[in-house]
Design a protein around this ligand. Sequence first.
Ligand SMILES: Cc1cc2nc3c(=O)[nH]c(=O)nc-3n(C[C@H](O)[C@H](O)[C@H](O)COP(=O)(O)OP(=O)(O)OC[C@H]3O[C@@H](n4cnc5c(N)ncnc54)[C@H](O)[C@@H]3O)c2cc1C
Length: 422
Amino acid sequence: MAPITAAGLPVPQRVAVVGAGMVGLSTAWFLQEHGVEVTVLDREGVAAGSSWGNAGWLTPGIATPLPEPAVLKYGLRAVLSPTSPVYVPPSADPKFLKFVTGFTRNSTMKAWKKAMGSLVPVNDLSLESFDLLKAGGVQADTREAKSFLASYRTEAERVTLLEEIEHIHAAGQDIEFDALTGDQARAIEPSLSDEIGAAILLKGQRFIDPGTYVHALADSVKARGGKIMDASTVADIRDTGAGVVVTTAEGSVEEFDAAVLATGAWLGKLARQFGVKNVVQAGRGYSFSVAIDHVPNGPVYFPAQRVACTPIGDRLRVAGMMEFRKPEAALDQRRIQAIAEAARPLLRGADLDNRQDEWVGSRPCTVDGLPLIGATKSPRVFAAGGHGMWGITLGPVTGRLLAETMVTGKQVEQLKPFDPMR
Ligand SMILES: Cc1cc2nc3c(=O)[nH]c(=O)nc-3n(C[C@H](O)[C@H](O)[C@H](O)COP(=O)(O)OP(=O)(O)OC[C@H]3O[C@@H](n4cnc5c(N)ncnc54)[C@H](O)[C@@H]3O)c2cc1C
């Protein structure tokens, strides 16, 4: 007989993980570390959701909660223009209005500080969790961001991030930086145009090609005996009192000891019946890749335009936008164009008219800017999602701490603020 956890249940031996993104696969991998047999089900396949075309920054130093006074002020001013970096279509549904109400309530300095304080302990474990994956055989590297430059036209524009860094430090989060002139920034990163007049060099951060990385993680899960089921849309999960029955729309029915819901922006659909009331709203972002004369040595960030660039192979991925629409909505070409136009004057030698890999994906956003990680009202069904802007950085640490919670039956201290039942 299996040993009993602190929650009074047998230690799970067989677990279904729903969602093959960064969060689901990390959870599957760390469950395997505890000897658990895993089956990962995805309605499409590995990295089909937001874990593919994102910016791939591993930046615990700036992984902050999304709701904050500045975003709110900015958002309300800009929401109705299709070219602005934050876009809300005029015909918003009631679920979205619930999200906006909650988000607005959390956009105070007091709420931001509390949420930031909750993120610091997991931010601190995030990079070493990538190192554990590497040491455990995941065949993908993280790269040191040698020239991670937040770049601005003017020093005045830079003040917002400098102030934010002060708040980040006050919350106990390490982040070292140098304030640079435009010329100093260009000396480090020649792909910045002459329009850049001020920058902040952020130190100690990393980046990955997220699609490649998540596929390598899936390969490792498989190599260690895990099963990955593509084209498997989980339609229903039932707690029988002795296990969970997972039913897919494609017709498979299988029993497991426990299930993890790691369905990104779709988390609410399956989690709601298990008492998770927090809305997970898709904050859609767009990206594409371009050739550039000098491929940067690390991410380049234009905070005033909300454009994030990352070297991916020999090309530059350019990403941005926060569009509050349904995750299934079609890619809107106007947003791609808006990102290209915002980046055009700021990058040198980038071929922004010959774009490849145009992509839209959904950040799973919560009203308080914190993820939902842990047991639901069923002690056999766990949520792992809602990481918003930071699911790549925080995916591995989430999997690591959730796997520990599941096999011990005790909520790990760092996960307490992320209780899905809050
Ligand atoms: C433009 C952009 C840039 C970003 N940049 C960064 C960054 O630089 N750093 C960072 O840390 N984060 C970044 N993010 C955020 C990050 O991409 C997400 O937080 C992260 O990918 C979420 O991972 P996930 O595994 O929770 O969800 P996903 O990757 O979306 O995975 C969910 C999976 O669940 C599957 N699924 C859904 N419903 C079902 C079902 N019923 N049955 C079976 N399968 C189902 C989907 O097919 C999908 O594969 C960015 C996001 C965007 C959009």
